[in-house]
Each structure stands twice: as C-alpha cells, then as structure tokens.
Design a protein around this ligand. Sequence first.
Ligand SMILES: Cc1ncc(COP(=O)(O)O)c(C=O)c1O
Length: 405
Amino acid sequence: MTTSNATAIPTPNDAPVSDTGAAGIDPSLPLRDDLIGEEPYGAPQLDVPVCLNVNENPYPLADAVVQAITRRIAQVAPTLNRYPDRDHETLRQAFCDYLERESHTSLSVGQLWAANGSNEIMLQLFQAFGGPGRTALGADPTYSMYPEYARDTFTTWTTTPRNDDFTLDVDHLVRAMHEVRPAIVMLTSPNNPTGTVLPMDALERVLAEAERVEVAGSSRPTHPIVVVDEAYVEFRDPGTPSAVSLIDRFPHLAVSRTMSKAFAFAGARVGYIAANPSVIDCLRIVRMPYHLSALTQAAALAALEHTDEQLEQVGHLRRTRQETAAWLREQTYHGKPLQVAESQSNFLLFGGSFADRTQIFDELLKRGVLIRVVGPEGWLRVCMGTEEEMATFRRSLAEVLPLVR
Ligand SMILES: Cc1ncc(COP(=O)(O)O)c(C=O)c1O
C-alpha cells in the first residue's frame, strides 16, 4: 500500500506543468506550507499537428449541433443578468433520459447532479466526504488527479497496486479497506491510463465489503462512499453493464461521468454524477452557489438533444482502438513485440519495456505527434485520433522505434 498526504504520484511528463514554474512563486505570499513546491496540474497544451495526449474525441461537432447550441445560448443571453437555476433541474432530467438510453437504467432527477467537468464533481465528493483525518483509497496506476483532490481537501491518499495486467487486485483492495477504513474508495472503469474495465462482480464485492467497514476519522459510525469514475464508459464493449445499474441496490455508490470524452464536449466542461439522493444532498452542501452557468446548462442541453450526432464516432473510435492495438502488438522494440494493455477506452497504454520513454515521446513530438508519458515506467499512452492522425502516429512510431535506446 502506498500512502501520501498531499503528493501526486510522480509520473514523468504527466507531472504538473507550470506556467510560471514553482520558482516563479513570490516567496512573500502566504501560500499554504503544503503547497510550496507544488505546480499547476495539466498535460502540455502544444500547438502540434497531431494531439493524442488528453483522450478527447478528435471529431468536431456536427453543424446541426453547433446550430442547436447557438440557438439555446441566444435564448438565455438576455437573461444573463439573473443567476442560473442553481439546481439545474432541466439538465439533470436530460441526464436521466440519457442514462436510461445509454445504460438502460431508470433514475430520477434527485439521483443526478452536474458540475463543471467530472473533475469538479470529484472535488465536491472529496470536499463532502474527505477531509483531515480521513483517507481516500484507490488502485494504482490510476488517474493522476485523485491525489490532487486529496491534497486540496486535506485528505490522505492511499493506493493498493493493481495486478500485472492492470486488473483490480480485489483481495488486496478489500484488505486495505479494512486496514485504513477509508471514507472514499475511488475506482475507475475504464481505468486511466490503462483502459482496464472493472468487472461487475468485483465491484459488487467491493460495495458489499464497504458496508462492513467503519470510516476512520468519522465521529459517528459511517461506511465508505464507493466512487466509480466512468469518464470513458461509452467506449466499453457493447453489452458491458455500467455501475449506474447498481445505484438502487447500493446507497453508498456514486458513479461519476463526463461529457468530455465520448460525448465530444470537453471544451464545454460538463460532468455529472448518478447516486442515491442522500449522496447528492451532501454535494449540495459543498458546491459553490450557482456553480453551473446558464451558458453551460444551455449548451449541455442542446448537445444532449443531439446525442446521436455527438456519439456518432464512438463505434469508429472503438474500432480504431482495436486496429491500433493489433498494429502496436506487431511492432518490435529491441527485438521484442510491444505490449499493449487490454483497453475498453479511447486510448491505449503500450510499450511495457521502454528503457527511456521520454526519448520516444520527444522523437514523436519532433514529428508533430503529441502523446503522453504517464503510467508505470516503460509505458506510454496514446489516445485515438482521426484516420489521418493515426496514420501519422503509426508512421512516426515505426520510424522512431529502431532509433531509440
Ligand atoms: C479517469 C478520468 N476521470 C475524470 C476526468 C476528468 O474529465 P472532465 O473534468 O473533463 O470531466 C478525466 C480526464 O482526463 C479522466 O481521465
């Protein structure tokens, strides 16, 4: 088990990128002691021809969707003198309709909640359920923002290692749950950066076990919240259930989702959560007043009215992932085939034995292809782009592999 209080997992180039650099911070400012030396988080935003580093949907919005967004924004523009609907009820209903269709699960408005990206949703979860004296437990390697939510809410971040194939080591996690008695268990399916899906029986076991764990740092006998981060869930293989189907059975389950990935809406910043209404009530305590602007709500509603167009490329991106995985497995590095982690997402973790992954990253960048140095040593992550972008990626990587250490 690895525990940190306020330290992100060190992952080269996934490490926070600074605009000013830590050295640029004015030492006379009363910055919190635990933030000294910390830098803003974020993947490099570079102006290169092929950006395959932040797991976006590479296809721009269809004209019909752009027009619908423009119409909705024009409708609310004259009312921007007023605060927006604080409880964004119409949008929450639209998410219920979406989940009914996408995951065949019927939920009520009281079971939905939205915010500015699922990053804000998860920060709200940490604000409500974490805090000093409390622990959040995850399984490494995983999304590198979780330690940052922990740092910002004075929550201790602890991880258990995953199996060699990156599947969740459920026995290990369950043992750790009883040992550290976390307030939050953070699971990710499909996981970032590995793409690994969490099977439902494993999740059900964790959920059942959580009901037997008493949270450390709570003045009353309470049980952990189990968060499943389903940011990439629409890319899963057809027929695979979503954790939202378990919400009615497990009152401490919270499923975080986003419009940023498959839904091709990263620029609008819209995430949402499905959970028991009493979990949502806790988030309403910590949310900023009117946190979701009228413009965001309008744009999200318009995009949700055009779900078919927004999700149009998901099947294609899934096939691109399968073809790219097959191609990568045919490539060799120092005479051995590349490894590729089993992924049900829009990205692939590949390599496994790169001696100097940053050299490969740099060589690809010289050729105009931006990928991500993230995850365990020896691996790199690439997200699925358009046909042309993937052709450039393949051509560049094939050129680079024989050149590197
Ligand atoms: C696993 C995971 N969860 C959540 C997010 C945050 O997405 P957003 O805040 O855009 O909804 C990301 C973004 O890359 C992610 O990889």
